[in-house]
Design a protein around this ligand. Sequence first.
Ligand SMILES: Nc1nc2c(ncn2[C@@H]2O[C@H](COP(=O)(O)OP(=O)(O)O)[C@@H](O)[C@H]2O)c(=O)[nH]1
Ligand SMILES: [Mg+2]
Length: 209
Amino acid sequence: MPTINYAAKEIQFKIVYCGAALCGKTTNLVYIHSRIAPAHRGDLVSLATAADRTLFFDFLPLSAVILQGFKTKFQLYTVPGQVIYNATRQLVLRNVDGVVFVADSQWDKMEENVESFRNLEQNLQKQSLSLDAVPYVLQLNKRDLQDVAPTNYLQYLLNNRKRRVQSFESIATTGVNVFSTLDAVTQVLLHKFNRERGQLLAVPGGGGR
Ligand SMILES: Nc1nc2c(ncn2[C@@H]2O[C@H](COP(=O)(O)OP(=O)(O)O)[C@@H](O)[C@H]2O)c(=O)[nH]1
Ligand SMILES: [Mg+2]
């Protein structure tokens, strides 16, 4: 559920990048940050350990299109991928409006990908959400590397729910399909919002959080 500020005519959505440790979540945000004019984004806040691994989350605020006279803002977050940080992941996933699941295409990461995807489903369940209802897309990352699984195998592992979602083959380090992924999740999320809650924007003082 996005935050609607009627006075400022702003609506704010939260998008969370999920996936196993080192799959490329932070790299997505770093690339997006580097390609958006400062006027349309805030600073990238990264809380990393000395070893450059995300400890809590990365955070990047973006402002974008106008929706029914409201300025839409997107807050991009990553979650720490390491298995032990589940409490942090649950916290970052609270009130999520859209998810990008980043898969690491390397063969030896398949188990971690599947485990991370299951963990996402479980964490959403804990806040009574389901991937059936949350807008999300799949990003098959690191396609530049040698030892990668074929995309149809990744689809079979990670995109076999009733509703198949859009997926993108990416190279986050050079930006290949980083924006296609972000555009797709925002499109799905805005469609859902318009369909289910668009009327909230027309009623000053109604709804919001
Ligand atoms: N070759 C290659 N390396 C990548 C790609 N995306 C990320 N990486 C590298 O993978 C490592 C982990 O990336 P990071 O974004 O920190 O992963 P995170 O733990 O998911 O945030 C870094 O060394 C990145 O440079 C990619 O598409 N191709
Ligand atoms: Mg990270």
